[in-house]
Design a protein around this ligand. Sequence first.
Ligand SMILES: CC(C)(COP(=O)(O)OP(=O)(O)OC[C@H]1O[C@@H](n2cnc3c(N)ncnc32)[C@H](O)[C@@H]1OP(=O)(O)O)[C@@H](O)C(=O)NCCC(=O)NCCS
Length: 160
Amino acid sequence: MIRPALASDLDAMAAIARQCFGPSAWRRGQFVLDEPETSQRWTLVATPDPNTAAADMPGACVGYLVMALALDEAELQALAVAHPWRNQGIGSALLTAGLTTALQRGAERVFLEVRAGNLAAQRFYQRFQFLEFARRPHYYHEPDETAVLMRWRWTGGSGL
Ligand SMILES: CC(C)(COP(=O)(O)OP(=O)(O)OC[C@H]1O[C@@H](n2cnc3c(N)ncnc32)[C@H](O)[C@@H]1OP(=O)(O)O)[C@@H](O)C(=O)NCCC(=O)NCCS
C-alpha cells in the first residue's frame, strides 16, 4: 500500500535511510511531510499489504519516496526500501505512484541522481525508461563518488 507520509513514519524513514545510505543518509528532520494537493514536494511511504504480510506491523513504513516539482520539472530526491522488503515490487509501486503524482501536478520531465556504483538502482530506473544523460564527478561525499544523472519523460500510456 502506498500513502502520503505521516509524522509517525519519520522514525522508520530515518532508520531505513541509515540502513541504505550510512553516514550520508538524510536525518529525520530533513524529511518533509506531504502538504495538500498543491504541494511542490511530496513524500510517499509503502506499508506491507495487511492481507499477505507482517500482520503484526500494520501500517508500518517499509519504504519511502520524496519528489519535488519546479515548474514542469520534477526531481526524484529520495527512494529507498528497507532491505528485507526488496525485490517484491515495493520500489516499483513507490516510483509508479511518485511519477503519477508528478504528472498530475504538471511535470513533463523527471530528473534524478544516483551513485555511479549503485548499478542495481540504475538498472531499476532503466526499467522505468530513465535514461542517463550526464555524469558529475565528485558529486557525492562520504564516500566521494561520481553521480549519474538520469531523466525520464512520459511517453503516453497508463503503465507509465
Ligand atoms: C532501488 C530500490 C529502491 C528498489 O526497490 P525494490 O523494492 O527492491 O524494487 P522492486 O522490487 O520494485 O524491483 C527490484 C527488482 O526486483 C524485481 N521484482 C519486482 N517485483 C518482484 C517480485 N514480486 N518478485 C521478485 N522480484 C521482483 C524487479 O524485476 C527488479 O529487478 P531488477 O533488479 O532487474 O530491476 C531498492 O533496491 C533500494 O532501496 N536500494 C537502496 C537505496 C537506493 O539505492 N536508492 C536509490 C538511490 S538513487
